[in-house]
Design a protein around this ligand. Structure first.
Ligand code: DC
Length: 224
C-alpha cells in the first residue's frame, strides 16, 4: 500500500538543511512529514532518562518498541510529558546517534516509519529514508553542506530556542556524530544510488526547496 503513496525522501547529515527543506516541501504540497531523527532522539532520551544501559541493545530496542509518543500540534509528548525541546539538545542528539547504530533499534522503528506513508503523500527526512525505509520512493534527495556551515546553522537554531550553544564544540560534535552515522554497518548515512545530491551551502534553502518541488512535480505530476 505504502508503495502507491507518493514519497519524497530527503536524507543527509545533521545541519544540512534537510529538516527545514522537508517541512517547507511538505507544507507546500500539503503532505505528511516524517522527522525520523525525532524518533531516534526519543529513544535516546527515553533510554537516558530511565538510566538504561547504552551497551545493552536488547534493553534499548525494548524501549524503542514500547515508546508512548503523541505528536500534538507541533509538540512531542513522551508518555504524556512534553519533550519537544528536551530531545533537541546536543546530548540528546548524541544519544540518538548511539541508539541509531543498533540494528535492533532500527528494526523496531521500521514499521512505525513506514506507516507515515499515507495519502496524499509523504516527505520523509532522515539518514536512510531513500536506502532502507522507502527504497521505492519516486523522488530521493541527499543534502550536504560544509561542516562549518552546518555548525553555524545548528548554533543559530539552538540560540533561537534559548538553548546553550558553543560553536567550536558544535563543530566537533557534528563531525563526531557524522563519522559514527557514516561508518555504522546498520543503514549508514550514504546517498541512495538513485538520489539527487545537492550541496545547500552554495544554493541556500529556498533554491533547494524549489529544486525538490520541481522534481516532485515532474515525477508525481498527477498527484500534485
Ligand atoms: O536528524 P537528527 O539530528 O534529528 O538525527 C538524530 C540522530 O538520529 C542522528 O545522529 C542519526 C540518527 N538518525 C538515523 O540514524 N536515521 C534516521 N533516519 C534519522 C536519524
Amino acid at each position: 500500500m505504502a508503495d502507491q503513496v507518493p514519497v519524497i525522501t530527503i536524507d543527509g547529515p545533521s545541519g544540512s538543511g534537510k529538516g527545514t527543506v522537508s517541512q517547507l516541501v511538505a507544507d507546500h504540497l500539503g503532505w505528511q512529514m516524517l522527522d525520523s531523527g525525532a524518533l531516534y532522539r526519543l529513544v535516546g532520551y527515553a533510554a537516558s532518562s530511565t538510566d538504561a544501559d547504552f551497551g545493552n541493545e536488547n534493553e534499548i530496542s525494548e524501549i524503542a518498541s514500547n515508546l508512548k509518543v503523541d505528536f500534538d500540534a507541533g509538540r512531542i509528548l513522551l508518555a504524556g510529558a512534553d519533550v519537544t525541546d528536551l530531545i533537541r539538545t546536543e546530548t540528546a542528539g548524541n544519544n540518538a546517534s548511539k541508539v541509531a547504530a543498533m540494528p535492533a533499534v532500527r528494526a523496531a522503528l521500521l514499521d512505525w516509519q513506514r506507516d507515515y506513508a499515507r495519502s496524499p503523500g509523504l516527505v520523509a527526512d532522515g539518514r536512510d529514508m531513500g536506502t532502507t525505509v522507502f527504497p521505492t520512493a519516486g523522488v530521493k534527495f541527499f543534502l550536504t553542506a560544509s561542516a562549518e556551515e552546518r555548525a553555524q546553522r545548528r548554533y543559530k537554531q539552538l540560540k533561537e530556542k534559548g538553548l546553550p550553544a558553543n560553536l567550536a564544540a558544535l563543530t566537533a560534535e557534528i563531525e563526531e556524530r557524522d563519522a559514527r552515522d557514516r561508518s555504522r554497518t546498520a543503514s549508514p548515512l550514504v546517498p541512495a544510488a538513485d538520489a539527487i545530491e545537492i550541496d545547500s551551502t552554495v544554493l541556500g534553502i529556498d533554491e533547494v526547496v524549489r529544486i525538490v518541488l520541481q522534481k516532485a512535480h515532474d515525477v508525481y505530476a498527477t498527484a500534485l
